[in-house]
Design a protein around this ligand. Structure first.
Ligand code: HEM
Length: 189
């Protein structure tokens, strides 16, 4: 497969490019007493965003994405997320940056693995980590602190699955806020 676009070789990130849709997402979110579970529709668009060179040494390739999630029960958007997937060919490092409009940003890092036909991206971040960490507003730090994040995204041809866990310190307890969905590619570029 040709993974070069406008002179940039996106390598394994090339597989992400396009628009994806899923209708079997499941969100488990915190409530003051217990939890709330919602089935969701998922739309993610991944766009090539070029190469980056850092300090004339590090060569990266990047893909930008936008994710919008709608509740199945009413069709309304209840989660919006933007960010990049970044790959360093020299080391195989993967970085996932994400921002959500609750005033929380995450930089998660990891590696990718090939498992048969599937490419598996696994990234993690934790609050206070000197490298892959979490930045959040004063309110969130006090009332709904994200302490860790991990995500595994699995892609095989035109099918993508992800599972992510956002560890929260909220309502005076620890809560594992989880999301996962299977999506199919509907547009190729
Ligand atoms: C498909 C992905 C996601 C969906 C559908 C989703 C949905 C939700 C929902 C429904 C709540 C409860 C809101 C409320 O009670 O008013 C929530 C809370 C929260 N989510 Fe997510 N979320 C997703 C991913 C993430 C990610 C990646 C982060 C990373 C930082 C995150 C951070 C939070 C935080 C900090 C809260 C606590 C705020 C609160 O409940 O008051 N979420 N999310």
């Amino acid at each position: 497969m040709n993974t070069v676009i406008d002179g940039v070789d996106y390598g394994p990130l090339h597989q992400l490019i396009g628009s994806w849709r899923g209708d079997k997402g499941l969100d488990v979110a915190p409530e003051p007493e217990g939890q709330d579970k919602n089935a969701y529709y998922d739309e993610i668009t991944f766009t090539p965003s070029g190469a980056a060179e850092n300090a004339e040494q590090q060569q990266l390739v990047t893909i930008r994405y936008h994710q919008q999630v709608r509740k199945r029960s009413n069709g309304k958007i209840f989660h919006d997320q933007i960010g990049h997937w970044i790959y360093e060919p020299a080391t195989g490092m993967i970085v996932h940056s994400l921002s959500i409009p609750r005033a929380v940003c995450i930089l998660a890092g990891g590696k990718l693995q090939q498992q048969g036909d599937a490419t598996v991206f696994h990234v993690e971040a934790s609050a206070g980590s000197p490298d892959f960490g979490i930045v959040q507003s004063p309110f969130m730090l006090e009332k709904a602190r994200t302490t860790a994040f991990r995500m595994t995204l699995n892609i095989s041809g035109d099918v993508m699955n992800y599972e992510e866990t956002t560890s929260l310190d909220i309502y005076g307890r620890q809560f594992e806020h989880t999301d996962g969905c299977e999506l199919k590619r509907v547009v190729y570029d």
